[in-house]
Design a protein around this ligand. Structure first.
Ligand SMILES: Cc1cc2nc3c(=O)[nH]c(=O)nc-3n(C[C@H](O)[C@H](O)[C@H](O)COP(=O)(O)OP(=O)(O)OC[C@H]3O[C@@H](n4cnc5c(N)ncnc54)[C@H](O)[C@@H]3O)c2cc1C
Length: 314
């Protein structure tokens, strides 16, 4: 049976939802093996019982301090020992850094920012601002693939994985850069933008008033995004910017309110499964991309949609 190993993405002791997607994919190939790098792996391991995981490899140590260079060394040693069919990581900034380092250390090919991967390990990527879809496969070494959140429908499971402790040796050079402090972003209570199944974004059309955008997001349990026009104007934090120079999102549902649909914005959201646009200009480019559109004033449309959703939820 083929084994697919994936890195567990966790922050503040909490496993990221996207890890469930990696586990789900790994299980479709064969043995699903999670790798946990943490000072206290036990608190992470128990959360993996909710995903389809056959085995957990734990590596304890000061990983939070030593960062991607050290994790990459540990992962490379695990790959050398276990010889998996593939190694998967979530496409976060640190995930991609680790993946690149692992690819070099193991002499393997790497594919980043995949939005899909099939049973033959052929990936799908959306490139050039979403204008081109690429199918690719790694032909050298162990395929190292970073997968964007929301690319796979995660399957809930009740697992009792076997646990193996792995003693990784980390070189002095990998410890040269150390993370001296990390301040967690103050959470809004809404889901993380890049992981959310639903994103509601506002643009210049909000004229700085994001309340209707936030109200709809909360009714849907969604994250809030923003165009660069909105973040540059200081109406919403830059950490919420969607697009070429912001975050890339690929949710099940993306709602664009008062956003024209410039190419740089589209680059960050056009792989969303369903796109809904609210714009008062019937010629706005976003309408060409949208699956559903409402031509109207967002200050009329959003509150009505929010009220209907809340009423429906009872
Ligand atoms: C190098 C580079 C990188 C960039 N990176 C990004 C990026 O990462 N993300 C990004 O978003 N942009 C990016 N941009 C900027 C991008 O080109 C656009 O300027 C920006 O996306 C426009 O934002 P917007 O759609 O909110 O504003 P606009 O283009 O001004 O559109 C506002 C829209 O709101 C509609 N509207 C107005 N009032 C209402 C109302 N009351 N109700 C409903 N609709 C209304 C208007 O009809 C219009 O379509 C980048 C640009 C460059 C050059």
């Amino acid at each position: 049976m083929s084994t697919v190993i994936f890195l567990v993405d966790h922050n503040g002791g909490k496993v990221a939802k996207a890890t469930g997607e990696l586990a789900t994919f790994a299980k479709t190939i064969g043995e699903s093996v999670a790798v946990v790098f943490a000072a206290n792996p036990a608190e992470i391991v128990t959360q993996l019982n909710n995903f389809p995981v056959d085995k957990v490899i734990t590596v304890s140590g000061e990983w939070e301090k030593n960062g991607p260079a050290a994790v990459a060394e540990g992962v490379a040693q695990i790959i050398a020992a276990k010889k998996p069919a593939a190694f998967l990581i979530t496409s976060t900034a640190s995930g991609k850094e680790i993946a690149g380092r692992v690819a070099v250390k193991t002499g393997s090919g790497i594919i980043t920012d995949a939005i899909g991967v099939d049973k033959n390990l052929i990936t799908t990527q959306s490139v050039f601002g979403g204008s081109t879809t690429v199918h690719a496969a790694v032909t050298t070494g162990v395929p190292i693939i970073t997968l964007r959140a929301n690319s796979i429908e995660p399957v809930a499971a009740t697992s009792t994985p076997t646990i193996e402790e792995f003693a990784a040796t980390i070189s002095d050079s990998a410890k040269l850069s150390t993370i001296t402090s990390a301040t967690p972003v103050v959470k809004s209570g809404r889901p993380d933008l890049t992981e959310a199944a639903i994103v509601v974004s506002g643009g210049r059309g909000t004229n700085g008033d994001f309340k209707p955008v936030e109200a709809l997001a909360d009714a849907l349990g969604a994250a809030v995004g923003a165009s660069r026009a909105a973040t540059d104007a200081g109406w919403y934090p830059h950490s919420h910017q969607v697009g070429q120079t912001g975050k890339t999102v690929s949710p099940q549902l993306y709602v664009a309110a008062g956003i024209s649909g410039a190419i740089q914005h589209r680059a960050g959201m056009q792989t969303s499964k369903t796109i809904v646009a609210i714009n008062k200009d019937p010629e706005a480019p976003i309408l060409e991309l949208a699956d559903f559109a409402v031509v109207g004033d967002l200050f009329n449309v959003l509150p009505q949609a929010t009220a209907r959703i809340i009423a429906r939820k009872g």
